[in-house]
Design a protein around this ligand. Structure first.
Ligand code: 5GP
Ligand code: MN
Length: 349
């Protein structure tokens, strides 16, 4: 069972006391928010509102359509499209919660607005990514937690408020956990995770429906695009048990890909028995976004952090490069031997 650092628990008691008065609270997620980020933020919003607070969610940019079913998703403010309103909300905040990320740079332009705030506010990080920056008053952080959604559940439990859970909150938390554990298959799937999922099911959530809403939402374009990528773009580097694919801006346009259409594609090469690392390079304006995944003891967080200005988890990380797509791929091929020479590259060494 995951246990939390005792001092943090003590500190959080002060936060729980502060939250006995109604407060105006803003919940922020990381850029390109995923289901754990949005699910955590929406569950937290519902919980805080039940406690008598005013709560708003701001995401830096759009989230995938397959999260639209989440209760409250329509009320999420998108900073990139509504910067003025978002700034007005921020300036009126008594507290800001940072959910599913642990460095201000992970919210890009939204972070610049947060830095401009002159009125004091209480700051809280709830996160499970490695190597957190120290920029908040409070944190509920544990890199052994499966997901931020699991930590939102823990937050409510520690506050003595688990009785406030309802079906809508349970669905958002369940979805966050399901997505970040690859539907209960990755090594972050602990007995504790299953116990929480079991408790959430007692609130009447329909797991088959949640799975259908999350995973069976492909358009024809996406399924054909995956076929194209796997047949035409997959590259294998057998010596390093690595596979990669890339998506150019022209391909994204040709196949009319929306944000959610790229989700999960990076994992596909890991189904090969001789592959331990899979990378997806996505060309964007002025940069290349990278998704990195690994199996077993191979630590792609080290690869993302040391060579691609990123981070995340041991088996699932992200990063970016300002080089062209071609040069980024070249750099990747060049740094692979350097990465494997690092003692931290393989946690079993
Ligand atoms: P994805 O590949 O799905 O975008 O991200 C995989 C994991 O790495 C997620 O937990 C995500 O939050 C994290 N991540 C993605 N991009 C970055 C990045 O640029 N920097 C850091 N520190 N983490 C990232
Ligand atoms: Mn997460």
């Amino acid at each position: 069972m995951v246990t939390l650092v005792p001092e943090l628990t003590m500190e959080l008691t002060n936060l729980f006391n502060w939250l006995k008065q109604p407060r105006r609270i803003t919940l922020l997620t990381h850029v390109r928010p995923d289901g754990d980020a949005i699910g955590s933020a929406l569950a937290m919003k519902m919980y805080l509102e039940k406690k008598g607070h005013t709560a708003n969610v701001i995401a830096p940019d759009d989230f995938p359509d397959f999260l639209d079913w989440m209760p409250g998703s329509k009320q999420v403010y998108i900073h990139q499209r509504n910067r003025k309103t978002c700034f007005a909300i921020l300036t009126q905040s008594d507290a800001i919660f940072f959910l599913d990320f642990n460095a201000i740079k992970r919210i890009e332009a939204l972070g610049e607005d947060v830095m401009k705030l002159t009125r004091p506010y209480v700051s809280v990080m709830i996160d499970h990514h490695r190597e957190p920056d120290n920029f908040t008053d409070y944190r509920l952080w544990n890199d052994h937690a499966s997901s931020t959604a699991e930590l939102v559940y823990t937050f409510m439990e520690m506050a003595g408020d688990i009785h406030l859970l309802d079906q809508d909150m349970a669905a958002c938390i369940y979805a966050g956990i399901a997505l970040d554990t690859g539907i209960f298959q990755y090594s972050n799937t602990t007995a504790h995770v299953h116990a929480i999922a079991g408790k959430l099911m007692e609130y009447g959530i329909k797991v088959d429906r949640i799975h259908n809403d999350l995973y069976n939402q492909y358009g024809e374009n996406r399924i054909r695009f995956i076929g194209y990528l796997l047949s035409q773009k997959l590259q294998i580097i057998p010596a390093y048990r690595a596979a990669y694919m890339s998506i150019t801006m022209a391909e994204a346009e040709q196949y009319k890909l929306s944000i959610g259409d790229k989700e999960g594609i990076v994992n596909l090469p890991l189904a090969m028995k001789d592959i331990d690392i899979a990378v997806l390079f996505t060309e964007d304006k002025g940069k290349v976004k990278m998704s990195l995944r690994s199996k077993g003891d191979v630590n792609v967080e080290i690869l993302a952090r040391n060579f691609f200005n990123g981070g995340g988890h041991m088996n699932a990380s992200g990063g970016s490069s300002k080089q062209s797509l071609e040069d980024t791929i070249k750099t990747f091929e060049e740094v692979l031997p350097k990465f494997y020479a690092m003692p931290e590259a393989n946690t079993n060494q």
